[in-house]
Design a protein around this ligand. Structure first.
Ligand code: GLA
Length: 394
């Protein structure tokens, strides 16, 4: 059963007999631009109507306590010296944020916090970034620090790097924090310059197919990919001293030095430079409302993620193949870090029902797994909610 904002609020009232502040922070989709963020490239994410909700208020005593509705578990925090913990794992997302507040000299008063939400975990919708961002924002507001959102994004990312252990890029935290209703974000991950662009899909809609698989080693494989990209840059830098990331590299440069980019490094670099270029072209497709061209690029991205970057898996490849064979689907690809989670599909509205019924059946027959599907709306980023009605959990 899905958690609602009302559940989070009710739990807070039941536990602490107090009226808390409510902060919501969304998950995200990404239209195109995968594994480009930590290579200083471009991405095109948007915040969605699935969120984590925090109910939080100053503590009447000196004890700081966080309660996870999902896990029905408390964690007592040492505000003076927050450290990574072995268990519960969920606490680390929050403890890293607190650590940053402490290290940056932002004072924190003791608090009680209850949180939960309806972003499926492991689906590639950035439930973790939403937790980090929502909590960072909540602490900032509760303590009257009014910290700039960009700084909060970096605090959230720091937590993921250092307390969770995934060397993620900036996309997920940026999208969760900065999302804008009905807009995609065109983000340059090097300069953090961004612009909102209305997502006008007309007869089309975005459909997510959740493979319901999460293959192990996701986090270590993610860090390995990042490392392989860095190796590529180090090798190419010998020939092109001015480059600092794959953003500065062209496909011709990668191809020219293929022999030196050993092991998987050549394939990884080739995918990234192609994807960085693809996102720029895809943003022009969107501006021209050329969804056919845009969708084609989504398929190309999947091909690259599957064959060159190797972050797909049989289940996701199957879902994309099914989509490709369906007449109403113009684009599909694995979304997010990979190794499981969702595919994102660009589907003609009138064909959504037929497409989903067919792919669900085929997936169940092939893998014995009941696929889940989500049709998402694009919403604003992290914010304080004045009333429960404003929180649009399902
Ligand atoms: C995960 C990371 C992001 C990004 C994507 C892949 O979601 O958290 O920073 O690298 O994978 O695009």
């Amino acid at each position: 059963m899905e958690l609602t904002a009302q559940d989070v609020l009710s739990k807070y009232r039941e536990l602490y007999h107090d009226e808390p502040m409510l902060v919501r922070s969304p998950g995200r989709i990404n239209l195109i631009g995968e594994h480009t963020d930590y290579n200083d490239g471009f991405v095109m994410p948007a915040a969605i109507d699935r969120e984590t909700v925090f109910a939080i208020a100053a503590s009447p005593d000196q004890k700081t306590e966080i309660y996870s509705v999902k896990y029905d578990e408390y964690y007592t925090v040492d505000l003076k010296n927050p450290q990574r913990t072995q268990a519960p794992a969920w606490a680390n997302y929050l403890l890293g944020v607190i650590r940053q507040f402490v290290d940056k000299g932002y004072s924190l008063k003791p608090f009680k916090c209850v949180f939960g939400g309806n972003i499926p975990m492991g689906a590639g919708l950035s439930s973790s970034a939403s937790v980090e961002c929502g909590f960072a924002y909540a602490l900032s507001v509760l303590n009257n620090h009014n910290i700039d959102k960009i700084e909060l994004i970096k605090i959230a990312q720091w937590s993921e790097h250092n307390f969770v252990g995934v060397k993620c890029g900036i996309m997920d935290q940026f999208a969760s924090m900065m999302g804008s209703e009905n807009n995609v974000i065109l983000l340059d991950c090097r300069s953090l310059e961004y612009r909102y662009s209305p997502l006008e899909l007309k007869d089309f809609t975005i459909v997510l197919c959740d493979s319901k698989v999460k293959h192990s080693l996701v986090d270590s494989e993610y860090n390995t990919r990042r490392n392989e990209c860095e190796q590529g840059v180090a090798i190419l830098k010998k020939y092109y001293p001015s480059i600092n990331s794959l953003r500065d590299v062209t496909e011709a440069m990668v191809r020219k030095h293929q022999d030196e980019l050993k092991g998987k490094v050549f394939d990884r670099c080739l995918y990234v430079v192609q994807e960085i270029a693809r996102v720029q072209e895809a943003s022009q497709d969107l501006e021209r409302h050329d969804l056919k061209a845009f969708g084609k690029k989504m398929f190309e991205t999947h091909e690259g993620l599957s064959r060159l970057y190797e972050v797909s898996c049989p289940e996701l490849d199957f879902l994309v193949d099914q989509a490709k064979a369906s007449s109403g689907v113009w684009g599909a690809r694995v979304m997010g870090g990979g190794f499981g989670g969702c595919t994102i599909n660009l589907v003609k509205k009138e064909d959504v029902g037929t497409f989903l019924a067919a792919v669900k059946q085929a997936y169940a027959e092939r893998f014995g797994i009941a696929m889940e599907t989500y049709i998402v709306n694009i919403k604003d980023g992290t914010s304080v909610s004045k009333s429960i009605e404003k929180i649009t959990l399902h």
